[in-house]
Design a protein around this ligand. Sequence first.
Ligand SMILES: Cc1cc2nc3c(=O)[nH]c(=O)nc-3n(C[C@H](O)[C@H](O)[C@H](O)COP(=O)(O)OP(=O)(O)OC[C@H]3O[C@@H](n4cnc5c(N)ncnc54)[C@H](O)[C@@H]3O)c2cc1C
Length: 455
Amino acid sequence: MADAEIRPTSGTDATEGRERDEHAGDEHHVVILGAGFAGMTTARRLARTAERDRLRITIVDRHNYHTFHPLLYQVATAGLEPHSVGRSVRGAFRRSPVRFCLGAVVEVDWDRRRVVLDTEQELAFDTLVVAVGSSSADYGIEGVAEHTFPLKSLPEASRLRNHVLRQFEAANTAAAQPDEATLTVVVAGGGPTGVELAGALAELVDRVVQNDRPDLDLSRRRIVLVEMLDSLLPPYREAQREHTRKALEARGVEVRLGTAIERVEADRVLLSDGDELATRTVVWTAGVRAHPLGDQLGVEQTKGGRVVVAPDLRIPDRHGAFVAGDLAGATDRDGELLPQLAAVAIQQGRHVADQIVRRRRGLATQRFRYRDKGTMATIGRRDAVAELPLGVQLRGLPARVAWLALHLFQLIGFRNRASVLLDWTYNYLTYDKAARLILEQQESDEAEQLSQRPG
Ligand SMILES: Cc1cc2nc3c(=O)[nH]c(=O)nc-3n(C[C@H](O)[C@H](O)[C@H](O)COP(=O)(O)OP(=O)(O)OC[C@H]3O[C@@H](n4cnc5c(N)ncnc54)[C@H](O)[C@@H]3O)c2cc1C
């Protein structure tokens, strides 16, 4: 069994909107489900006052590492190694009272106040924080689940990288030039992930693969970005969206707007305009839905499966339970659901920790308010778009520099920062991608079982 014990340590009472911990003198067990942006932030913040507030903190995850999603596309395009964007959870909490428990949550038993894991362990909780994130949505489109590459986890990013690199190894003599399906990559979804991936794929093929394989005629390579709406990056302003489209097209990416994917097969994609593309590589970044655990909680859900929460992020009628991150159906002042972004998850993680402490100290909980600090998307090695507070818009190199600095700052762990900085510098100076080994299963296993090394 992991470090956490199976023992309820106290009870809690709920008063609508003003829950208070009535057993503030006893040790209080907080169980956090998910070591993502929200869960890690909650745990780290609670750890600061664990002793004073007599908190026992356990964080549970199905992986033993935290994933930094914004850089997954760089793993998929051979710019970074998987271990650079994953951080061992035990390593992160090495000098902290937070305990880690490896296992996938399969059930929350509200009556017994226990969490059931796939390892058949059960964890009793006084306060529960559900922060298991989101998953890909295929919207019922035929062939998406079977024939596309999702990009939500490290093993998926490694798998995509192996597949793309292998495509260009398939033709191993000048006489055997690759066919159209080998040379065509389709990226579904014109949001930030689709844009970043399409730009990085173009650089990988044109600068790296072409250098490696001068014997191949890559002039017929196609990278097609398919977006159902009439523009890329829907939340961005018109000028930024246009800049993004033109910048991608200048890199040889075909941008197909107002076009939906109707069906995916093993070696082709059918589009809503009747066109079909021969391809064996379709990357699915087009849909996000709340984590399926949300469906099993027996609580009210929003469209897209998110959990309806009270203004302070509690689950109504489930005392001592909070939701944070992509799974939380929190809304802004206009009643619109907040975007599923790392920045929202981090702020919610912090807020939930503060509310747990407030309850321990007999104070009423507070409403969550999201502070929008802007969004960014990178397009290529010297180009990005950024929308910052007070209407500030950046494009090109300044946006790219801001993007690099922010992502480096947000990464958890000194070793991750150092290794990402080194790889970025190497890639930038040499026009090379250091991480282009095809390691197949071994690579995925490595990503799954990131070592527990500290630092
Ligand atoms: C490819 C990609 C790129 C992105 N880029 C950006 C970006 O540039 N900027 C930005 O702001 N946002 C970005 N996002 C969105 C951002 O990553 C999410 O909004 C954020 O991760 C949500 O945080 P979270 O804590 O709710 O969930 P997550 O960070 O996804 O963490 C959930 C955790 O729960 C664990 N888990 C899941 N199921 C179980 C289970 N049953 N049992 C135990 N543990 C479980 C997972 O392993 C994971 O560690 C990106 C997302 C993706 C997929």
